[in-house]
Design a protein around this ligand. Structure first.
Ligand code: SF4
Length: 161
């Protein structure tokens, strides 16, 4: 059996990683937010703050998204949908928890229908605190996430998909 790495496969893998890091597509999901964080995300994506200048684009389908932006505490009603959306995203994928509620349940902690923060359900790659976090904080969090992924890629630890 030939175990020599296929050069073209390596080149294609590198190009895919380069493209994803330079133009990550994001999906936004509200797991139980009061909508404050969602309004800030929308402001971040609109021309005033213009997250698209960093190549970040909002996507409607989990099958086309690289990064899942989550807002709000996770409610019992939203949990299964959150897990299903995450499962539908292709690898490599990242999850960003936005706002105090997404980090820990925030002001909704202890409510009968609240399970906790996003990390109680999914692995989280970046946390953006605030109630709600301002667009500058969202941009800063996404840029730091992408820098971290680039550094992992340089060390050869990037996902090989
Ligand atoms: S962090 Fe604040 S703004 Fe965001 S969902 Fe929770 S209460 Fe609303």
């Amino acid at each position: 059996m030939n175990t020599t790495p296929n050069v073209w496969q390596e080149v294609m893998r590198g190009m895919k990683t380069w493209a994803r890091l330079n133009s990550p597509w994001v999906l936004h999901f509200n797991t139980g937010s009061c909508n404050g964080c969602d309004i800030e995300i929308l402001a971040t994506l609109t021309p005033r703050y213009d997250l698209e200048r960093l190549g970040v684009r909002l996507q409607a389908s989990p099958r086309h998204a690289d990064i899942l932006l989550c807002t709000g505490a996770v409610t019992r009603q939203a949990r299964d949908r959150l897990v299903r959306i995450y499962a539908q995203m292709h690898e490599p994928k990242c999850v960003v928890a936005i706002g105090s509620c997404a980090l820990s349940g925030g002001v909704f902690q202890g409510c009968y229908n609240v399970l906790g923060g996003i990390e109680d359900v999914l692995p989280v790659d970046a946390y953006i605190p605030g109630c709600p976090p301002r667009p500058e904080a969202v941009i800063d969090g996404v840029v730091k996430l992408l820098d971290g992924l680039r550094a992992r890629g340089r060390q050869g630890k990037a996902d090989s998909q």
